[in-house]
Design a protein around this ligand. Structure first.
Ligand SMILES: C[S@@+](CC[C@H](N)C(=O)[O-])C[C@H]1O[C@@H](n2cnc3c(N)ncnc32)[C@H](O)[C@@H]1O
Length: 274
């Protein structure tokens, strides 16, 4: 990894360590980019009230996501789920309830302070089918073919090596496994400079991929049935989006598909859990 990438990752780690400490001291971590007003585009209002009410208050307060990946992923009893960049653990704890005692929910995060907060939240929730792992999403500390569903909430945009993240998701998924991700995605016509004008890197804006870049990155890693669908705007020309794709059950050779590009912009109000 280059010096620049290392520095950027350390800046991201420091930003989220501070957010975790803020929650641990009784505040809230929300919200996203400093360049736009603090609003309902990020954080716990993106979940249904019933989901929030079932969790420890600190897990809800720590929510820094831009969607509800557990709804995007359509989890089932018995699924083995991995949340990339699990933060305070909100999506891991929701997943654990969905998959039940025969399933398992893993959370992976590189920030010690977030992991401490997540472990405390797991204890408060009394969840036993949960495990938090320390590591990076570019080098996932799990064996190949062991996960049914990879979820993630507003984290992949923060990675300085997105092809490595896509390759790692593909590696850990069992054949037939799938991804259900919420992330910030830019309109195709916005170049890197225009994305950076709209918000900073640690605030989940400047590092966002475009729709085409996201789809092509997933296809290059081997995924099929790729969808990148906007749900709500987070800045001018930047959207929170649902990302879905599947790892084929058998090697497909050249069958990677072009991403399904939405033809219309679907707005979706905060709180509906989309
Ligand atoms: C915007 S927060 C989202 C947290 C959580 N998914 C949520 O919805 O509240 C980003 C999280 O990803 C973690 N993170 C960022 N880059 C990472 C990387 N390369 N590897 C592992 N964790 C990372 C941060 O430590 C932080 O907890």
């Amino acid at each position: 990894m280059s010096h620049h990438s290392n520095d950027l990752r350390e800046t991201v780690r420091e930003r989220y360590a501070a957010a975790a400490v803020q929650v641990t001291e009784g505040g809230t971590a929300c919200c996203g980019p400093q360049a736009i007003e603090v609003d309902d585009n990020f954080g716990s209002t993106l979940y249904a009230a019933a989901e929030r009410d079932a969790l420890p208050a600190e897990a809800v307060a720590a929510s820094l996501g831009c969607g509800n990946p557990t709804a995007v992923a359509d989890l089932h009893e018995g699924d083995r789920v991995l949340d990339l960049g699990s933060g305070g653990g909100i999506d891991v704890l929701l997943s654990a309830r969905r998959v039940g005692p025969t399933g398992k929910a893993y959370g992976l995060d590189m920030t010690e302070e977030m992991l401490a907060l997540a472990l405390a939240n797991q204890k408060k929730a009394g969840a036993t089918n949960v495990e938090f792992l320390k590591g990076t999403i570019e080098a996932i500390p799990l064996p190949a073919n062991t996960i049914d569903v990879v979820i993630s909430n507003c984290v992949i945009n923060l990675s300085t090596d997105k092809p490595a993240v896509f390759a790692e998701m593909f590696r850990v998924l069992a054949p037939g496994g799938r991804i259900g991700i919420s992330d910030v995605v830019a309109d195709d016509q916005l170049g890197p400079d225009q994305r950076a004008e709209r918000g900073d890197y640690v605030g989940c804006i400047a590092g966002a991929l475009s729709f085409t870049e996201y789809g092509e990155g997933l296809a290059a890693a081997g995924f099929t049935d790729i969808e990148v669908i906007p749900t709500h705007a987070v800045a001018d020309g930047m959207h929170s989006a649902m990302v879905r794709a599947t790892k084929p059950t058998a090697p497909t050779g050249t069958t990677a598909q072009a991403p399904a590009r939405p033809t219309s912009f679907d707005s979706c109000s905060a709180g509906s859990g989309c």
